[in-house]
Design a protein around this ligand. Sequence first.
Ligand SMILES: *Cc1c(COP(=O)(O)O)cnc(C)c1O
Length: 398
Amino acid sequence: MPGFELFSDLERKEVNDVLENGVLMRYGFDAMRNGHYKAKALESELALTFKSNYVQLVSSGTAAVTVALASAGIGAGDEVIMPTFTFVASFEAIMMLGAIPVLVDIDDTLTLDPKAVEAAITDKTKAIMVVQMCGSMGDMDALRAVCNTHSLIFVEDACQAIGGTYKKKPLGSIADVGCFSFDFVKTITCGEGGAVVTNNQSYYHNADHYSDHGHDHVGNDRGAESHPFLGYNFRISELNAAVGLAQVKRLPEFIAIQKQNYTIIRDVLKTIPEVTFRRVPEGGEESYAFLNFFLPDTETAINVSNEFKASGIDVCWNYFENNWHYIRKWDHLKEAKSLYPLSDAIKSQLDTLSKTVFAQSDHWIGRNISCLIKLSWSEKEVQNRAEIMRNCIKKVCC
Ligand SMILES: *Cc1c(COP(=O)(O)O)cnc(C)c1O
C-alpha cells in the first residue's frame, strides 16, 4: 500500500516547484507563485480520479472526516452510526463536533452490517458512516437503502481503499460525502493530508470555508474576506499537496502492482481448505491494498499470526487485540478518558458501549488475518512470501 515506497523524481520535481517560489501556503500570494497552485491542481486531479464534482483538500484524513460531518451539518446531540472495526479517527471526528458515536457490528465484508445499522437507528440518528476497511467495501446499495428509508446522511470513509470501486464507481465517491487520507502509509501519500469528496455543492462550499476559519474565499484580499460562519484551520500546505500531485498521477501504476502481488499470494492461500476470504459485495472490486482471510477460529488465527512473525512474515495482523482498529482495546473510549468535559449524551452512550458485547464482530475479527500488500516487493519476494505463509498455516492447522 504505502505510496512512499516508490518515491521518485516526479515527487521531487513538484516539491521543488514550491520551494523555488517559496509560497508554502495554498491561499493568497498570487504574485509570488509563478503559476504554481499545488493544492488547487491536486483537487482537480482528485476530482477526475474519484469522478466527483468537488474536492476539498485538508490537513489529514481525520480532519477530512471532521470537515465532512461539519459540512453536512452534523453536531451536538446527533447520533452517527459507525463500525466496531475502523481507525480511531472515526469516533475522534464524531466526538470533536459534539456528536455521538454509535458503534455497531461488522459482517464478513469487515465493514458495517446493514442489519446491525438498521437496528441501531433512533430518532436522534443523523448519519451512517461506512468505513471501507483494508481495501474493500460495505454493501453500498443496502446501506444506501437504509439511509433513504430513514432520511439519513451517508458518509463514506475510503481512507484505506483508495482505487477500489463499487459498480464501476470509485470508493469514496458513492455516498453523500466521502473522506480520504493521504497520510504517510496510505496508497497515495502527501506525508500528511486528506480530502473531502462530494457532488453536493453546498457541502463543498461548507467544507471550503470551514477548513479555513470560515473564510468565504471571495476576491483576492484574504484580509477583507468575510466569514459567513465559524470555522477552523484544517488547511493542507503546498509542500504536502505537491507530493500528492505527483502521487495521484501514479495511482493506476500503484493499483496494478498491488493487484499483481495480491493475486500471487491469494492463489497460493486458496489451495488451503481452512482458508476463506473476506466477502466483497457483488459489483465491487478491491483496491488490493490488503489481502484479508479467515481461519476456522480465533485461536488458529492468533497462532498463525504468531507463526508468521516467527517466520519473518511482517505486515500481517490479527486485529482482535489491536489498539488502533478494534473496539476490544479502545479502553480510552469506553472509559470516556477525555482531557475536557464531554456532554452527558456522549458519556451515557460510551457507558452503554462499555457494557455492549459485539459477538458478531468478535467472530469475524477474531478469525481474520489482514496482510498489507507492498509496492516494493519483487515478484520473487512475493512468491517466496506466499510459500512461507502457506507453510505457516499448514503447520498450525494440520
Ligand atoms: C488513516 C485513516 C484515517 C485517518 O487519516 P489520517 O490522515 O492519519 O488522519 C481515517 N480513517 C481510516 C479508515 C484510516 O485508515
